[in-house]
Design a binder for this molecule. Structure first.
Ligand SMILES: CC(C)(COP(=O)(O)OP(=O)(O)OC[C@H]1O[C@@H](n2cnc3c(N)ncnc32)[C@H](O)[C@@H]1OP(=O)(O)O)[C@@H](O)C(=O)NCCC(=O)NCCS
Length: 223
């Protein structure tokens, strides 16, 4: 099972990446990913391709199993050489969902999540936007390969790294010198008269618990 690291550079690499995103975030359940993944794999593939192409800060690093050629894990790194929040937080509406409670929850969650970055990450920095490994390939050094790429960029450019971590990711980030500086609970406003909304919120397991973590550029590598 030799592993190979790649930096995504062509449109044709997105179907393999999106397929791995769906596998990688399926376990453990992640309510925020349920919002982001959209209604179908095809739609998700096209949207992630469009987002990447429109964003000059975006770098997708992925790992394949050389025997099967399948993508088994990936990270999206965003390199911000200037403060990206000098004009406030960006707004993203969840246009990929049809009108209804799920779209409303997604819009609220995205707004809350992005505004959280505005005050905490308001400096030139590197951001880990996505980080996952196929459940069948965990603890084999897949995410380590993509992490090393980002740590090297951080050292080269003199930029701190930030991430919003899930509970599951925390131990991995700590192994690479990240420290929690704040805990968060992301929630949406419940409309008690709307049962469908309340049920959907419950199914997505809101409030979502996570940690703001930082790896200062001066941190020595742990490997
Ligand atoms: C977090 C995640 C990306 C780690 O991927 P991975 O490829 O298994 O990580 P690696 O094999 O490179 O791990 C390197 C080291 O990090 C630490 N580590 C990795 N996963 C860990 C976990 N779940 N808990 C504690 N420490 C962990 C260990 O020290 C590990 O070394 P070891 O396997 O020799 O003990 C993977 O568990 C995952 O996809 N989780 C679900 C998605 C997710 O929550 N992503 C984080 C979003 S912010």
């Amino acid at each position: 099972m030799p592993l190979e690291l790649h930096e995504l550079s062509q449109d044709s690499e997105f179907p393999g990446l999106a397929d791995a995103l769906w596998r990688g975030y399926a376990e453990p359940f992640n309510g925020f990913w349920e919002i982001l993944k959209g209604p179908s794999l095809g739609e998700c593939t096209e949207r992630y391709r469009a987002w990447h192409k429109a964003d000059p800060t975006s770098h997708w690093l992925y790992v394949t199993d050389s025997d099967t050629k399948k993508v088994v894990g990936a990270m999206q790194w965003n390199i911000f050489e200037t403060n990206p929040y000098s004009n406030g937080a960006p707004l993203i509406a969840a246009y990929w969902w049809p009108e209804g409670p799920l779209k409303e929850i997604a819009n609220q969650a995205l707004a809350g999540f992005l505004s959280g970055r505005r005050t905490r990450f308001a400096q030139p920095h590197i951001l880990i936007s996505y980080c996952f490994t196929d459940p069948n390939y965990r603890h084999k050094g897949v995410a380590t390969q993509t992490m090393k790429w980002g740590i090297q960029k951080s050292e080269e450019l003199g930029l701190d790294i930030f991430v919003e971590s899930t509970e599951d990711g925390r131990g991995f980030y700590e192994a690479y010198g990240f420290k929690v500086f704040e805990e968060f609970y992301l929630d949406v406003k419940t409309d008690s008269s709307n049962e469908e909304f309340a049920q959907q919120r419950k199914e997505l397991q809101f409030p979502l618990h996570g940690y703001y973590m930082k790896r200062p550029v001066s941190t020595n590598k742990s490997t």
